[in-house]
Design a protein around this ligand. Structure first.
Ligand code: SAH
Length: 211
């Protein structure tokens, strides 16, 4: 990435301390994950449109959310909202296995092309579908990250979080302010929820609601 020193400096300045997260982001070219017309903006610390009314998250928010998961390298991670695949690639560098679900078929297909065909990432598993139900066959997960905002955290996702695991998610009304929350499952029936920051994410959408 161009201007890498300033990119990392900006993340450090804003409070990102986890060197593993900073190095993982430094070694990824964000331009690969944005449409050609956004390539010139890829090094800015800003969310950018990726089509289908979706956005690639702001690098600072990617760093903050990833840091909150406190990954050490041996985790199984679930991501809801693959989008561009940028966050997925960061997770791939920091954890053992990454499972990521995307609801928009075109975004799922494009992310697969970048992550699997171009980058050859071996520990990334991609699925097209509604992430509300999680990925039960691959559960439990040591870490779960939502990159689209539900009004409240889907129960299946809490159930698929390992005891001792961490989940980071934007939660709140679709057209209003949301809160980034860190959920820690400290026992079978005991979760601790901590508010981190006010944020604005695209809403988590649903399919097959009429059953
Ligand atoms: N981490 C991504 C963020 C993309 S925006 C990136 O940085 O590129 C959030 C994504 O969540 C969008 O691609 C949207 O289509 C997807 N999404 C929304 N609701 C979903 C759901 N129920 N299941 C899976 N993906 C969903």
């Amino acid at each position: 990435m161009r201007g890498m020193a300033s990119f990392l400096d900006a993340l450090r300045y804003r409070g990102i301390r986890d060197e593993r997260v900073l190095q993982a982001m430094a070694s990824l070219d964000r331009r690969r994950f944005v449409p050609p017309e956004q390539a010139a903006n890829a090094d800015f610390d800003a969310a950018l449109p990726i089509g289908h009314e979706q956005t690639i998250s702001q690098p600072f928010v990617v760093a903050l959310m990833t840091e909150a998961l406190a990954l050490r390298g041996d985790e199984r991670v679930l991501e809801i909202g693959t989008g561009s695949g940028y966050q997925t690639a960061v997770l791939s560098a920091l954890a053992r296995e990454v499972y990521s679900i995307e609801i928009v078929p075109e975004l799922h297909a494009r992310a697969r092309a970048v992550l699997v065909d171009e980058l050859g990432l071996q520990n990334v598993h991609l699925r097209r579908g509604d992430g509300y139900a999680g990925w039960p066959e691959a559960a439990p997960f040591d870490a779960i990250i939502l990159t689209a905002a539900p009004e409240r955290i889907p129960t299946p996702l809490i159930e698929q979080l390992a005891i001792g695991g961490r989940m980071i998610a934007p939660v709140g009304a679709q057209d209003g302010e949301q809160e980034l929350v860190l959920v820690r499952r400290i026992a079978e029936d005991d979760v601790v929820v901590e508010k981190i920051l006010g944020v604005r994410f695209v809403p988590m959408t649903r399919e097959n609601l009429a059953q």
